[in-house]
Design a binder for this molecule. Sequence first.
Ligand code: B1M
Length: 234
Amino acid sequence: MSDDLDLNSLSDEDLVAQMHDDLYDGLKEEIEAAVHVLLGRKWTPYDILTQALVEGMRIVGVDFRDGILFVPEVLLSANAMKAGMAILRPLLAETGAPKVGKMIIGTVKGDIHDIGKNLVCMMMEGAGFEVINLGINNPVENFLKAIEEHQPDIIGMSALLTTTMPYMKVVIDTLKEKGIRNDYVVLVGGAPLNEAFANAIGADAYCRDAAVAVETAKALLARRQGSVQQRATA
Ligand code: B1M
């Protein structure tokens, strides 16, 4: 972005296009400023997140795939994205709703992608879940430790690489070996996954995006609570 560009003078449409460019160029401060401008224009945090930030990152992803952008550039984009998300996080979490359940979530071993997972955390918090974010590159031991410490309702796993997604099965198989698999709802997500993969590894559901993760978590918890009540009254 040129130094003398006044973000306030841009229409919403041009500002969002400018944000896509700034995200592409990894301009953290410009992204932060633009997020504030859109908030000032009464955009919802969710619309800013999806239309400006996630869409901008999608464009980055296409050029990364096509060899036009490289890791150092994409890292700058990721930092700019995270800076925008940091402003929106408390706003999305500000629902004041009673906690509807607890989730631990982490990116699995060997994988350091965390933007999508962090987005899931934000949306789940916004929907009233308590979320314990285990970060990136988590071996099964980290999941087990967090389960013991936090007693969650839901275990979430994220993987963005075809080489790391099989590790999700290692985690689920370990839960099975310990006889605790059915004590939790297990949700998985990440760009290379699909429903068939989630079924094959024994997860409860594949979540295409953060909004689906929220809907799925609510639906599966409600079903689980329903069956517990049914057992209690039978
Ligand atoms: Co990476 N990378 N990357 N990368 N990177 C991908 C994933 C890739 C598809 C790019 C490409 O080639 N087109 C490709 C994977 C190919 C494959 O495996 N088939 C790839 C590669 C190859 C690599 C490296 C190997 C590159 C290299 O070193 N040569 C390397 C691996 C490092 C490692 O993990 N060991 C690498 C590194 C990096 C960076 C560090 C530079 C950076 C990550 C920075 C960070 O995350 N802090 C990076 C990025 C940014 C990407 C792309 C461009 C964008 C990912 C992203 O943030 N998307 C990505 C291309 C792409 O995906 N199109 C790519 C935006 C985000 C909002 O979407 O993560 O899909 P997403 O999350 C969504 C859903 O998937 C879902 O909800 C989210 C929100 O709606 N979801 C969940 C995700 N997790 C969930 C968990 C749930 C539920 C839903 O639990 C319940």
